[in-house]
Design a protein around this ligand. Structure first.
Ligand code: ZN
Length: 267
């Protein structure tokens, strides 16, 4: 069961700021992950939310959402789990894009299975939940699924508001930073959309690979497709990027809540 009633959501939202007080994170990598996780948590049934909080030893989904980036240095083998390099000219998904299933798609599938497995150890399920929360976020960042031979934009230098950066960093952090939205504001904006969207069932449908292809197509059409030859991310580019970033965060929150509900909701 997923709580979609406006009343339940507004009550949950009113309660949220007290739980999440504190300065806004400086990096949007964090801001994006936390926003998606908070918006997802507000969509969970009471049962699934309590089960998730219990597995996370009382932490919120937002607090758990960046753990996977924090362990990256001490666990370098997990680095490829955060993305899948699907060449931008490909129109369909093939398993060879995810060698040894050690990409964001294969890892999300396997961690979701562990999370849902009631015979798995509590420690394994707790870690699986941290992976699921983080990787659903990564999967919805277009440059974590689309690549034009430049390591998902990491090797492509661009200019944003007079500063040099690279395309990947711009989509991870820079563009949301220039939108100057705070976490609180982003969560409220996304939650308000839930009762207004008629396509929630469609958003939840499909496979994890389908969701990756959606990100990939947005990388092709918008991230690379609207890039000017000057490689300056100007006002027109930012105006086109903002709704894509917001919609990807919205989709990520709906799907994250859906995956957690399937694994931890009432039978
Ligand atoms: Zn990541």
């Amino acid at each position: 069961m997923i709580l979609l009633g406006t009343v339940a959501l507004s009550v949950a939202l009113a309660a949220a700021p007290a739980l999440e007080a504190g300065p806004a994170p400086a990096r949007w990598g964090e801001l994006g992950h936390r926003t998606i996780a908070r918006t997802a948590e507000l969509q969970l049934s009471g049962h699934a939310r309590r089960a998730a909080r219990s597995l996370l030893s009382g932490q919120s989904l937002a607090e758990a959402s960046t753990w996977a980036d924090q362990v990256r240095k001490e666990r370098p083998a997990t680095s490829p789990w955060h993305y899948v390099n699907i060449p931008i000219w490909e129109s369909g998904y093939r398993p060879e894009f995810c060698p040894r299933a050690a990409c964001v798609i294969g890892t999300l599938e396997s961690q979701q299975k562990i999370l849902a497995d009631r015979s798995a150890s509590r420690a394994d399920r707790a870690e699986a939940l941290r992976w699921v929360i983080h990787l659903v976020g990564d999967l919805h960042a277009p440059l974590h699924a689309g690549d034009r031979g430049d390591r998902g934009g990491n090797d492509l230098r661009v200019e944003l508001e007079g500063r040099q950066t690279n395309l990947h960093a711009a989509w991870d952090s820079g563009l949301l930073a220039v939108m100057q939205r705070r976490e609180e504001e982003l969560v409220k904006m996304l939650v308000r959309r839930i009762p207004l969207r008629g396509d929630l069932a469609q958003i939840r449908a499909g496979t994890i690979a389908d969701w990756a292809m959606e990100s990939h197509d947005r990388a092709r059409d918008v991230v690379y497709g609207l890039l000017a030859p000057t490689l300056v991310l100007d006002g027109a580019y930012r105006i086109a990027a903002a709704p894509v970033i917001e919609d990807q965060m919205f989709r990520a929150s709906v799907r994250l809540a859906w995956l957690i509900e399937q694994a931890l909701g009432e039978d």
